[in-house]
Each structure stands twice: as C-alpha cells, then as structure tokens.
Design a protein. Structure first.
Ligand code: 3EB
Length: 338
C-alpha cells in the first residue's frame, strides 16, 4: 500500500476587513498575512506568521487583508529585515525598504538579498511578486520618477540572478500612501511555473526607452501547476489600460476600466494559455481575490459599479485609492484564477 503525499497547494482569501477570526488552513499552515492599513507597518512575525502591513488605506477605502495558506505544514522565520514562511514547496518572503532620496542601489540590494535567499533554499522559480512603491510617480531627489528609479535597481538584480531564478514572473507595481517600498513574493520549487504574455500588450520588459531607462521586469501572468491532483493557479499581474506599450483612453476612466478587463479576458482565455502550453482557459468570472487600484478618489464610485457588474457576487474584491505607475493610468486590476 502506498501512502499519498499531501498535495501541497496554496490558496488565498482576500478579506474586505482586517481578519480577526481563526484562519482555516486544513492540515496545513498559514504562509502569510498581508494587511492593507491606514499606516505603514513593515514586516513582523505575529504568532509565527509573517505579516506585511502596507499603507494603502485612506479616507476613501476600508482596511483589507489577504491571507495565504498551504495544505502542508509551514515553518516561518526572519532573515535580517525580512520575514518568510515555507512549506517545502512554496516560499513567501516580505521585506520593507524605508524612504530614501534615491532607490536604485537599495532596491538592487533588496532584490539581490531576496532572490539569493530564495535560491539558497531551493525555491528557484518566482511565481508572483508585489512591488508596493510609495510616491510611485513622484520625483526622487535627482528628479527621476521613483518608479523609473525603482525599475533600474530591480532590473539590475534580475540581470544578475535571472539565469538562476528562472524567468520574470507575474507582478504588481503600484503606489502606496507612504514613501518607501514594500516587496513580497511567492517562489516555488523548479518546474512548476509558466510565464504568460498578452497578445494585446508589448511585454513589459520590452517597453520602449521613453517609459524609463530600464524596462519593468515582469510577465503578464504566471501559471503555477498544481501538485498531485491539486488545482493549478493563474496569477494575473496588475493590468492596466495599455495596448501595445501605449496608455489608451487617457482621461477616460470608463474606457480604461473596460480596456483593462478586456486585457485580462484575453490574457486568461484558453487560446492565449494554449499558446503558452497551458491546457486551461479562464473567463473573467473565474478571476478572484481581485485588487482594484484607482488613482483618483472621485473615480471610485464609477469603477466599483463597473467592475462589480462583471463579477459574481461571491468574488472577493478589495478597493484602493493609490497612484498607478504612469501618470496617465487611472486604474489597475489584478487577481487570481483557479
Ligand atoms: C503595466 O502594464 C502597468 O513594475 O512590477 C503592472 C504590473 C505594472 C507590474 C511592475 C507594473 C508592474 O506596465 C504597470
């Protein structure tokens, strides 16, 4: 008789409030809690669970919390300033970089340390990264936009580690309400990820130089194959109203919402995934754990109505009022399909 190994799959819940109940992690453990709060909280280990608290709540939105659980037992710890948790298949890692005049070198070191940590523990493929950047479209002390400054440091780190940590994964680059950078990611054992591009969009790492000296380092989505007969997960990057490399529907919030949803629809559809060798297909209604980022508070009512109308009532959606990484982008949307 053979004993079956547990699948070892991860999943998340996105609560529209700080979660104060018992986290349901059957037979496994909690990998991480990401809190969206009214102030920055950096990283901590709370009751043995890594926590990242990012400043994304102002007067126009409510606190929220995303919780990642695994079906496997989890161990957690700190590594310098960072916190992490691992289950033997997945690594969650979070770190905060405080405000500084110029970010480039510190971002490169932060990424270098993070990628090195993941690599040393055998989590050599990146599945999903979140880059939460305060003042993202403001100038740094040299007058360079902070997002472009950030992208240079990140690109330098990936250039150094790229051939060891696999290809660029799904990511989010978005503003927060405090200066500084919150970084967190999920890395996995090799052989499980497929990075997905969008036929409607220029790959971000090939954006023309007018968008910054170093192109952003991310894929449009990452497919994470399930273990055993467990389900796979499609991580959908922060997606905006960009066609080719250009922002479209400038100053038209309804147009930007619709174009963003169309981008996601094509990205996650069976035809696009098949072209990347993934034998699955999703529809918009399958997107869950959705985060909607809106630049202008005045657009929130329209965006809420338009986005809500597309998804089933049970879909978990959290709303944020933060800057997006190009001054002409009014909205960005991300989520997860299973
Ligand atoms: C875009 O498509 C919008 O720099 O990590 C989306 C997702 C965006 C991730 C990142 C940026 C990033 O270019 C911005």
């Amino acid at each position: 008789m053979t004993t079956r190994k547990p699948h070892g799959n991860i999943s998340s819940r996105l609560h529209g409030h700080p979660f104060d109940g018992t986290v349901d992690a059957p037979a496994g453990g909690v990998l991480a809690r990401v809190g969206f709060a009214g102030g920055t909280g950096g990283t901590s280990l709370d009751d043995g669970v890594p926590r990242l608290t990012t400043h994304m709540v102002g007067e126009h939105n409510e606190p929220a919390e995303e919780i990642w659980v695994s079906t496997l037992p989890v161990t957690a710890g700190t590594a310098g300033e960072a916190v992490f948790a691992e289950d033997g298949e997945h690594l969650f890692y979070a770190v905060r970089l405080d405000a500084r005049p110029v970010y480039r070198d510190a971002v490169r070191r932060m990424y270098d340390t993070a990628l090195g940590f993941a690599f040393a523990r055998g989590y050599t493929e990146m599945a999903r990264m979140w880059n939460l950047v305060g003042g993202i479209t403001d100038p740094n002390a040299d007058g360079v936009e902070i997002y472009r400054d950030f992208c240079v440091g990140r690109a330098e780190a990936f250039a150094a580690w790229g051939d060891r940590v696999g290809r660029l994964p799904a990511a989010t680059g978005i503003g927060t309400l405090s200066q500084g950078v919150d970084l967190c990611f999920i890395a996995v054992r090799p052989g499980r990820t497929t990075h997905i591009e969008n036929p409607r969009q220029t790959p971000a790492y090939e954006y023309p130089a007018r968008y910054g000296p170093k192109s952003p380092s991310f894929a449009r989505a990452t497919w994470l194959r399930g273990l055993g007969d467990g389900p796979g997960t499609l991580f959908v990057s922060g997606t905006a109203s960009i066609v080719g490399a250009e922002t479209v529907h400038v100053d038209d919030i309804a147009g930007q919402v619709d174009e963003t949803l169309r981008n996601i629809e094509v990205l996650i559809g069976g035809e696009n995934l098949a072209g990347h060798g993934v034998d699955r297909g999703f529809e918009l209604k399958d997107l869950n754990q959705i985060r909607v980022y809106v630049r202008d508070a005045g657009d929130l009512p329209l965006v809420r109505e338009r986005v809500r109308a597309v998804f089933p009532a049970h879909t978990e959606i959290a709303w944020f009022n933060v800057d997006v990484c190009r001054p002409d982008l009014l909205v960005e949307i991300e989520g997860v399909c299973r």
